[in-house]
Design a protein around this ligand. Structure first.
Ligand SMILES: C[S@@+](CC[C@H](N)C(=O)[O-])C[C@H]1O[C@@H](n2cnc3c(N)ncnc32)[C@H](O)[C@@H]1O
Length: 331
């Protein structure tokens, strides 16, 4: 009986997710500046392509943050150790855990009492991550949470009344505009207790040529990654995008740190899905993703305006990336 109920709940959840996908795609493609939500990049193929992006020589973000997680593990652990009080680590957009595994291993080796609750919108990548943690760190208590960031923090609060550490790595925060980032952190600080910890990986402003190359690799993987979302819309919403009629374009504005990816329609064309037809002019763009870069001052201001104080910043040797550790302040 319970199994039948679970299957029913699962099917209903899938239907709700499909409807939301349809609504958000439709909303994005019917705006004056067409756009698609970047959270939908991550189906199984998108996960695979993102793992290839992380291996691209131009994509410095992963190497920088990996260096921090390998070389500065003790410093990171010291800021979140809570004097051996039990705690839970909630990781937002955990992906395949490439970097986090080093921190988990360090904490587990020191018999810290913690649970690991990774959150991701991609069920596929959570399955991979769970297998990795079981294989490498069999004593770590892991419970995956499939869904969107804020919804899953609310879910995690139901599961946990311990002190909390939120990890948000990989520069994922850059996928929100600076205005959205303030609202996002405000919501998070309201869901936490004073003293809880937030660790965010921020990609720092740097030579614009280095930034732009990271999102426009010579091997064309980022292009494939962007086009894959059109293919996902074809597969899941029955659309008829011809991906050969779109090109990838990336811009970086060194004045405000906004790096933006677009797909450009190479011809005038129409695309249909479900009962909708969307027209594209030749040269018209779909805004696919923002990858906002931060200055150190802006990070401090962001923490202060959203209910946190900065505890420390752990940077890689080149100073290109920082894992910024914040504490929730008493309001
Ligand atoms: C750029 S990858 C980074 C993965 C990992 N944090 C890292 O540093 O390697 C972004 C991850 O966040 C997930 N994601 C994106 N938007 C999300 C959302 N709104 N809610 C939950 N997960 C999301 C994606 O599925 C993907 O696994």
């Amino acid at each position: 009986m319970k199994d039948t109920q679970d299957v029913f709940v699962q099917k209903t959840n899938n239907r709700v997710a499909e409807d939301k996908f349809y609504r958000e795609v439709l909303e994005g493609l019917t705006k004056q500046q067409k756009s698609l939500p970047s959270k939908y990049f991550y189906d199984a193929e998108g996960d695979r392509l993102f793992q290839k992006i992380m291996e691209c020589p131009e994509y410095y973000l992963t190497d920088c943050e990996l260096e921090i997680f390998i070389d500065r593990t003790a410093d990171l652990a010291a800021t979140i150790g809570f004097n051996h009080e039990p705690f839970d680590i909630i990781e937002l957009g955990a992906g395949d855990g490439t970097k986090t595994i080093y921190l988990l291993e360090y904490l587990a080796n020191r018999q810290m009492d913690f649970r690991y609750l990774p959150v991701d919108i991609s069920v596929n990548i959570l399955t991979e991550l769970e297998l990795l943690v079981h294989a490498r760190l069999p004593n770590v208590n892991i419970q995956v949470l499939a869904g969107e960031y804020l919804d899953m923090i609310a879910e995690a609060r139901i599961l946990s009344d311990r002190r909390k550490v939120i990890l948000f790595l990989g520069g994922n925060i850059g996928n929100l505009t600076p205005r959205e980032a303030i609202d996002f952190y405000r919501e998070i600080s309201q869901q936490l207790q004073p003293g809880d910890i937030m660790v965010t990986g921020f990609d720092l402003m740097k030579n614009p040529l280095i930034v732009r190359a990271a999102y426009d690799d010579a091997g064309g993987i980022t292009k494939e990654f962007n086009l894959n979302l059109l293919q996902r819309i074809n597969k899941e919403l029955g659309a008829d995008f011809d991906i050969n009629l779109f090109e990838h374009y990336c811009s970086y504005n060194p004045e405000n740190g906004a790096c933006k990816s677009y797909l450009v329609s190479l011809v005038q064309q129409e695309v249909s899905f479900e009962d909708t037809t969307v027209g594209f002019e030749e040269g018209e763009t779909i805004w696919m993703e923002i990858s906002q870069k931060y200055s150190p001052d802006r990070i401090v201001a962001l923490a202060a305006s959203s209910g946190f104080e900065v505890v420390t910043n752990l940077k890689d040797k080149k100073g290109w990336f920082t894992d910024s550790v914040w504490r929730v302040v008493e309001q």
